[in-house]
Write a protein that binds this ligand. Structure first.
Ligand SMILES: [Zn+2]
Length: 117
């Protein structure tokens, strides 16, 4: 990457330099955001109900059988959708539909789902 190029944080839209490691506003890990192997979806910020959020999650997991992103960043916000999505991901992990998942750096509003080993 060029030094000192300005980019937008894919999570919160903050303008920052591409040399930043994390976004100063939302703490998202910037390097992770620009990996072409990662797809980002937001299931929490269009007034989704828990049910709609889980439908979106399942739809993207299913689609990924074709798209084959290695990671999916799921933006879950901070409340009930986050805890329900985590429960659902635990199940998907047990079924081996996904490989693993974790919080996106210090940004607890997003989860990084690893699709394969
Ligand atoms: Zn940000």
């Amino acid at each position: 990457m060029d030094r000192e190029k300005k980019i937008l944080c894919q999570f919160c839209g903050m303008l920052l330099f591409n040399t930043s490691e994390t976004c100063p506003k939302c703490d998202s890990v910037i390097e992770n955001q620009f990996q072409p192997t990662t797809l980002t979806i937001d299931v929490a910020h269009n007034k989704e109900t828990v049910e709609q959020a889980l439908v979106k999650l399942h739809r993207v997991v299913k689609k990924n059988k074709v798209m084959k992103y290695r990671q999916i960043r799921v933006i879950v916000g901070s409340k009930i959708i986050r805890s329900e999505v985590i429960k659902e991901l635990e199940i998907l992990k047990r079924e081996k539909t996904i490989f693993d998942f974790k919080t996106d750096g210090k940004n607890s509003g997003a989860l990084l789902v690893r699709m394969e080993r």
